[in-house]
Design a protein around this ligand. Structure first.
Ligand code: PGA
Length: 234
């Protein structure tokens, strides 16, 4: 059983979400399906599909115009929140320290944070990808974490690029993440792979050891693209 999470980014309408939820209701799968959608699309009846947000404030409440707290997200019925996505790091200057605070805020509100870590192309070319991945885990996972977290390994250079690392590279990154978590006393934490996942590569990627599911961007927007990713893997 795998976890298949969609990240709609700043896309979608209520109609499109209803259509997706309807299309997913009766598919034959034991996999866990999560859709992380814009805040405005939360708070709808999603049946067997769990909903999530894509970011949270580090604060509970107060004078933070434009921000949305983890408690507010939880109140919509959402169960998950992505923290530390590459686009938040790139366009909003989020550091591992901020991501850790967001993950902690999510857990306090009873949400499961999907903590994204991964290297840029520069970091890959400089030969420091593995250090970036390991420090990402150490610095983004809050101290005293219970087991209700998910890690997403997203090589930042591969997001939306139509290319993926080799199977060996994915295997090495996921093993490093699993070993680092285990050294921190955390076992059985799901580790998802994300970046350019589509129907044609999803099953193969999910057959790699320590890959417990996928985080899917572009290919999660349309039922015809998303459903095969879910149903091709048991
Ligand atoms: P992509 O995005 O599947 O479109 O590469 C993945 C992500 O950003 O989570």
């Amino acid at each position: 059983m795998k976890i298949i999470a969609g990240n709609w980014k700043m896309n979608g309408t209520r109609t499109a979400l209803s259509e997706m939820i309807n299309a997913l209701q009766n598919i034959d799968t034991q996999n866990t399906i999560i859709l992380c959608v814009p805040y405005t699309l939360l708070n709808i009846d999603s049946g067997r599909i769990a909903l999530g947000a894509q970011d949270t404030s580090t604060h509970d409440h107060g004078a933070y115009t434009g921000e949305v707290s983890a408690q507010m997200i939880a109140e919509t019925g959402a169960k998950y929140v992505i923290v530390g996505h590459s686009e938040r790091r790139q366009y909003h200057g989020e550091t591992n320290n901020i991501v850790q605070q967001k993950a902690a805020a999510a857990m306090t509100a009873g949400l499961i944070p999907i903590i994204c870590i991964g290297e840029t192309m520069d970091e890959k070319q400089s030969g420091i990808a593995m250090q970036v991945i390991e420090s990402g885990v150490r610095e983004c996972v809050p101290p005293n974490t219970n087991k209700n977290i998910i890690i997403a390994y997203e090589p930042r250079w591969a997001i939306g690029a139509g290319i993926t690392p080799t199977d060996d590279e994915i295997a090495a990154a996921h093993k490093l993440i699993a070993d680092t978590l285990s050294n921190m006393g955390l076992t059985n934490i799901p580790i998802l792979y994300g970046a350019s996942v589509k129907a044609t590569n999803a099953a193969q990627i999910m057959s790699i050891p320590n890959v417990d599911g996928v985080l899917v961007g572009g290919a999660s927007l349309k039922p015809d693209d998303f459903i095969p990713i879910i149903t091709n893997v048991k």
